[in-house]
Each structure stands twice: as structure tokens, then as C-alpha cells.
Design a protein around this ligand. Structure first.
Ligand code: ATP
Ligand code: MG
Length: 413
């Protein structure tokens, strides 16, 4: 028997409803901030991702990379930003900056699957490209905050922010950190030893206990920030304060990808175990240029829809049905027509396909139907339906020709 591939999961209707709801709400908020949806392919030439982040974990260890039948080297997208920047460059959109894009769709990473961590997962996200001011950072964080609020999960999620400073600050700090860490190399976890050569900043993010002891005494990033970087970060913090968005400065917050600078942030929950980050983002002023485009700064975030879904109760169907219960062949034919007319008006009608009256009423009850339309031989003769109101238990006879108007009134009211 076939099972879903490890790390993938089916979304059964209840979950699909939940996902659609989350994406719809997020896009609605994004729209208020002037962001419009963009959709890029699920796979790109591998260079789109690999050139950027040989040193990042996501790119070096987690990508699904393959050759297609024509020998092209392709990668399933592990995140949204690189593809969008590629699209900006492909279409020469830089000249229209500032650009504000939102996106939603599946991402792919070869990770160790657990609850809230999958190999195919859904993300929503936004990118604001072409604005170098802290205002842009504040705006995208405020938007993320608003989305969490609209989804009713803001109580269980906290904002952490940090700054990586500009390139100069970052290089200075990297040097200091390396000098400090090198003598500890044999004492670091294997993963961190590996990161020491590729991406030492990521060691700060390590969750290993043996690393924690060493990291505790490491040089502090803020001591290496130049004035420009400090001012930038202060402005972002001040903006959040004006908006009453509470945050915690977490100096160990570093992003996985190399092209980040200045602001980094994560919305973190304590109810999903190790999968605690719900939304993560930051500023990437060098990315567009690194990918061969014009010098355009950017800031954005990505959110895990799967993790957002785990924080929310399942939502009920928007509309509960009217149960159409024809008894006998003649009645069934009459029902087709009535059902069609009701559906044409946008009403959700469930036809009872088989079983006796009580079985069909049970199904109607299970679907939380508001009304049942029962049509048997007697009703066919009189050309009127028996309409049962499930809420009150009342039944009345309604002539066929009046049925649609009546139900439109009560069901769509
Ligand atoms: P983590 O530290 O949990 O691995 P990350 O730093 O790799 O996260 P990002 O690359 O910033 O995450 O992705 C943004 C968001 O996408 C995450 O905060 C999370 O909600 C979601 N996400 C990332 N990887 C996965 C995954 N494998 N399964 C489900 N959601 C994921
Ligand atoms: Mg990860």
C-alpha cells in the first residue's frame, strides 16, 4: 500500500479550509498595506538558490535538487524570496520600485520531519523591495503583527528582533566571533564545527547545550555595530513602540541565509515545541545585486501556514447545506431541477443519494443542514415539497414554484 512520502502530508478538507482561510486573511491584510500577490514557479535553475547561500543550511543541506530529462540543473524552491528577486530582475521591475509583493505556496526542504516541520510545507510571505529606510522594516513587521491578530493567534506569539548591522559591522563582528570561537573548535557540537567554516554567525543560533556554554561568553554583536547600524536599529525599535507592538531584543537571532543585514525578526510561540518560529524575516539589502540585478534594498518575511494552522481551532464551514431528499425516481428528476436552481443562487445543497428517509435525515443532521426538502410520491402528485426546519423541527408544505424564492430568503438572509 502506498503511503504519503515522508515529510509530506495530505490536507483533508477541514485542513484545506483552515489553510485557505489563513491565506485569505493574510492576503487581505497585505492588500491594506499595498502588497499585491505574485506567483513564481515552484522550481528554478539551481543557481537561483545555490549561488546565494552555499554557506546556509537551507541551501547546502536542505534543497531538493535534480536534473530534469533535458539535463537542466533544477531546485525545488526552499523559500520565496530568491524566486521573487529573480522575477524582479527577469522582468526589469526594478525601475518601478518600490515594489510590494505578497505570495503563498508550497516550499520544499529536505529536513527531519516532525510536527510543524515538513519536507513540503506552505508559506505565505511579503517582500518590500526598493526602500532603504527603517520605515519599510516597521511596516512589514506591523503587517505580520496585524495578520497574527486577525487570525486570533497574537496572544500565543511573541516578537523577537535583532540587528545584523550593515556589511562593515557584520564583517567586523564575524572576525571577532571567529577569533573567539576558533580555540573552542573541538568542544563545539559537530554541526557548529561545520558552521565555523561556512557561517559562524549561525552558531549563535545553536540549541546544543555544549555550544550554549561557549556562546554565552562570546563577543556581543552590539559592540561591533557602527553608528549607521545603531541608528537604523533604534529607528526600527522606536517605530514599533509608536505602534504599540511589543518586542524583545534577542541578540542571538541570526537568519539562516547570508544576504540578510540590519533588521532580523521572528514571531515565536512556545506552544509548538522546537518548531517555535511562526514568522521569520529580515532585511536583505545586497540580495538583488548579488543575483545580478540593480542595487535595490529589500525587506520581507515568510510565515509557515502549517504552523499557523496548528495554533488555531478548526473553523466551521461558511455555509451549511440544505438537504434535498427525493424518494423515488420521479421525485429525483424533479429534485435535479430544484437543486440546480438553488445552486444557481449560490445555495449549498446536498442531495441524499440513497437510503431510506431516516438514513438520509441522519446524514442531513451530520452535515448540520438547516432545512430538508423532502419529496415523495404524495408531494409529486401535489407538486409541493415538504420543508423541514431543523432548528425548530417545524414542517410545512411549499409549492415547487415558490420553494426557491423562499429558501433564498431564509438561507441567504
Ligand atoms: P526553523 O528554525 O524552524 O527551521 P527557518 O529559520 O528554517 O525555521 P525560514 O527559512 O525563515 O525558517 O522560514 C520561515 C517560516 O517558514 C518559519 O518560521 C516556519 O514557520 C516555516 N517553516 C520553515 N521550515 C519549515 C518546515 N520544514 N516545515 C514547516 N514550516 C516551515
Ligand atoms: Mg530551518
Amino acid at each position: 500500500m502506498f503511503q504519503p512520502v515522508r515529510g509530506t502530508h495530505d490536507l483533508l478538507p477541514e485542513e484545506c479550509r483552515q489553510y485557505r482561510f489563513i491565506v485569505k486573511e493574510a492576503m487581505k491584510v497585505a492588500r491594506c498595506y499595498g502588497f499585491e500577490e505574485i506567483s513564481t514557479p515552484i522550481f528554478e535553475f539551481s543557481g537561483v538558490f545555490h549561488r546565494l547561500g552555499e554557506t546556509s543550511d537551507v541551501v547546502s543541506k536542505e534543497t531538493y535538487t535534480f536534473q530534469d530529462r533535458g539535463g537542466e540543473d533544477l531546485t525545488l524552491r526552499p523559500e520565496g524570496t530568491a524566486g521573487i528577486v529573480r522575477a524582479v530582475i527577469s522582468h526589469g521591475l526594478g525601475q518601478h520600485a518600490p515594489l510590494k509583493f505578497s505570495y503563498a505556496g508550497p516550499m520544499f526542504r529536505y529536513e527531519r520531519p516532525q510536527k510543524g516541520r515538513y519536507r513540503q510545507f506552505d508559506q505565505i510571505g511579503v517582500e518590500l523591495i526598493g526602500v532603504a529606510k527603517p520605515l519599510a522594516d516597521i511596516e512589514v513587521i506591523a503587517m505580520a503583527h496585524q495578520i497574527l491578530k486577525n487570525l486570533g493567534v497574537d496572544e500565543s506569539v511573541k516578537l523577537n528582533i535583532n540587528t545584523l548591522g550593515d556589511t562593515e559591522s557584520r564583517e567586523n563582528y564575524k572576525k571577532a566571533l571567529l577569533n573567539y570561537l576558533k580555540p573552542f573548535r573541538p568542544k563545539l557540537s559537530l554541526e557548529s564545527q561545520d558552521r565555523l567554516d561556512r557561517n559562524p554567525l549561525r552558531i549563535l543560533d545553536s540549541k546544543s547545550e555544549q555550544d550554549e556554554m561557549i556562546i554565552k561568553e562570546a563577543p556581543v554583536y552590539s559592540d561591533y555595530l557602527n553608528e549607521t547600524s545603531k541608528t537604523f536599529f533604534n529607528d526600527v525599535c522606536k517605530g514599533l513602540e509608536i505602534l504599540d507592538i511589543s518586542y524583545k531584543v534577542n541578540t542571538r537571532l541570526v537568519r539562516g541565509l547570508d544576504y540578510y543585514c540590519h533588521t532580523t525578526f521572528e514571531f515565536i510561540t512556545d506552544v509548538l515545541g522546537a518548531q517555535s518560529t511562526v514568522i521569520a524575516g529580515g532585511r536583505y539589502d545586497n540580495l538583488v545585486e548579488m543575483m545580478g540585478g540593480p542595487r535595490l534594498p529589500g525587506v520581507g518575511w515568510g510565515a509557515g501556514v502549517d504552523r499557523l494552522a496548528l495554533l488555531r481551532p478548526i473553523i466551521p464551514l461558511e455555509q451549511t447545506p440544505i438537504a434535498m431528499i427525493p424518494l423515488g425516481d420521479e421525485a429525483e428528476k424533479a429534485c435535479f431541477k430544484l437543486t440546480q436552481e438553488l445552486r444557481d443562487k449560490g445555495i449549498f445543497v446536498d442531495i441524499g443519494y440513497h437510503g431510506n428517509l431516516s438514513k438520509r435525515l441522519k446524514r442531513a443532521d451530520k452535515l448540520k443542514a438547516t432545512y430538508a426538502i423532502i419529496i415523495g410520491e404524495d408531494e409529486m402528485r401535489a407538486q409541493e415539497a415538504l420543508l423541514r426546519d431543523f432548528k425548530t423541527g417545524a414542517q410545512e408544505k411549499v409549492p415547487f414554484e415558490k420553494l426557491v424564492d423562499k429558501l433564498v430568503k431564509v438561507q441567504l438572509a
